[in-house]
Design a protein around this ligand. Sequence first.
Ligand SMILES: [Fe+2]
Length: 289
Amino acid sequence: MTMPFHVEAFLDNDSETFTYVVHDIETREAAVIDPVLDFDYKSGRTSSHSAQQIADYIDAEQLSVQWVLETHAHADHLSAAPFFKQRYAAKIGIGEHITEVQKTFKTLFNLEKAFLPNGAQFDRLFKDDDQLTLGNLTFRVVHTPGHTPADLAYVLNEQAVFVGDTMFMPDVGTARCDFPGGSAGQLYDSIQKLLSLPDSTDIYICHDYPPKGRQHECKTTVKAQRENNIHVKQEITRDQFISMRESRDATLDMPRLILPAIQLNIRAGDLPPADDNGTRYLKIPINAL
Ligand SMILES: [Fe+2]
């Protein structure tokens, strides 16, 4: 089937995240999904080098970026949403339950009073089943809690879906559920919603952690996931999934960038306000996580 859209994938090797640029072939309106801001933890320096490479593609293709779509508040990389918002006057969208994530981390990081956990840092908060138009294309939002309370998947024209941190490639499995507000049972239920899409629906994943000998891949299908996903193929029951997921999560380290990433990502990618010396700081809570 010919698609009226084009999807270009960009891999961030540091966090193994895929950023997607989706555009309507006829109108050239575009959306950027889950863009990454480079961050060197050792020096505390951010860089928009990777975002600039994506912008070079956008400009060469003469695309008009309307939206930056976040699937959730990522814990493994900083969002480059403000780079695209400023450069293209694009709007930033995320799930309405980001407010729960903001409340949790406002408390943990003891953020300034002026930071309101009401989602106002974003331009639009999506509810389950909301629709978003991009040129002649339509994105339908599916709320997919489990990894975090605010996760979303974006279904494009009922032909493709950007699943965020729910399922990974079939040989890798599923996303962890041990962050605040996460739930293995909810993730299972969210994944069933995605697996009820037609067999031929293309699935674009948020990360790939390929086993030895396989290159990074970003695209699979509903049929391939239902038949082969090592964590959620059809013969695996909800109870089996929950016990597998919870015991596996108990063995996982925190992501390397969780502390800096969350502090930016709950602000739609903005840095915290500067101290009275003009420098911006990120916090490390000691023995609190
Ligand atoms: Fe994530």
